[in-house]
Design a protein around this ligand. Structure first.
Ligand SMILES: [Zn+2]
Length: 297
């Protein structure tokens, strides 16, 4: 079962969030009809997006809009993250879900090759009511996603962070998926850092630990090297939710402008739109489109 929990290590000088996202990523794999390669790509991206709902969203009505594009074959990855109390709600999209690359020489799925490295990670933290926003933009490091987010936290947020993400895929789908984020508080000591580095050297991959049914608390102890981690919150959850509406697609059609919309009415006599986050279809008949056309001044 999916779980997500927050911990403190080294007497509060280090914070940590750990997630088992196996069910969520299987749900996303089916929804977007992903290949093994794009399951790993979108699985890693969705896991970190979901965890950031708990570390980055502090105010009510805040949401995150995350875009990652490395000019690789999968195109742009997008996630929108909202937070409702103890639940982080995400929706994600990928330009090309059908990309499949040969395994790398180490036997792993080629996430970096699919994402590409010639691009940016762009994260916008926005408030729906006040419209205030914070934008962080960093060039990609490797396209492997975890390293790219680590760079974001270091460069854009000045917050030393270790991000680890992993998805195990077999022929039936997602076997194990998860991730963790370790963040150093300002009072973290050199000794804490050395201890964590030593622990991480020995720690198995996150997907492997989840596959072996290790609990999040066990994982927290393994990756920090602190036997006395403190559980801060363990009733957290991650949920896939799309909030698209017909009205939003109407606004999209109106925003095409008078000329473009008239052309669609003349040539196609209807429009079928699809939500990239949930694949829901919205059909607009000729009459619907003519009504929208009248709304354009
Ligand atoms: Zn939708």
């Amino acid at each position: 079962m999916d779980r997500i929990a927050k911990f403190l290590a080294y007497e509060g000088r280090v914070s940590l969030i750990c997630a088992n996202t196996t069910q969520l990523i299987e749900e996303i794999r089916k929804l977007h009809d992903l290949t093994p390669t794009t399951t790993a790509v979108l699985g890693r991206f969705s896991t970190i997006s979901g965890m950031m709902g708990f570390t980055e969203i502090k105010e009510k009505d805040d949401f995150l809009s995350i875009q990652l594009n490395g000019k690789g074959p999968v195109g742009t990855l997008v996630s929108i993250v909202r937070r409702e109390e103890e639940t982080s709600k995400i929706k994600v999209s990928i330009d090309n879900p059908y990309v499949e690359l040969p395994l790398k020489s180490n036997g792993k799925l080629d996430v970096g090759g699919a994402v590409g490295t010639n691009g940016f990670l762009n994260i916008i933290n926005k408030n729906e009511i006040t419209d205030s926003n914070y934008t962080g933009l960093v060039p990609l490091v490797s396209g492997e996603i975890a390293e790219d987010f680590t760079e974001y936290f270091a460069k854009s947020k000045q917050k030393p962070t270790v991000v680890a993400l992993g998805v195990l895929v077999n022929k039936d789908g997602v076997k194990a998926s998860g991730g963790y984020m370790i963040q150093l508080m300002p009072d973290a000591t050199e000794e804490d850092i050395v201890n964590i580095e030593k622990a991480l050297e020995k720690a198995p991959a996150i997907s492997e630990m989840i596959d072996k049914n290790k609990s999040l608390e066990e994982i927290a102890k393994i990756v920090t090297g602190d036997e006395n981690v403190l559980i801060l919150a363990q009733e957290l959850s991650l949920k896939y939710e799309c909030d698209c509406t017909r009205e939003r697609f109407e606004r999209g059609l109106i925003s095409l402008g008078k000329d473009e919309l008239s052309k669609i009415i003349e040539e196609d006599e209807m429009a079928d739109t699809v939500c990239h986050f949930c694949n829901k279809k919205y059909h607009f008949s000729k009459e619907d489109l003519e009504k929208l056309l009248k709304e354009i001044k």
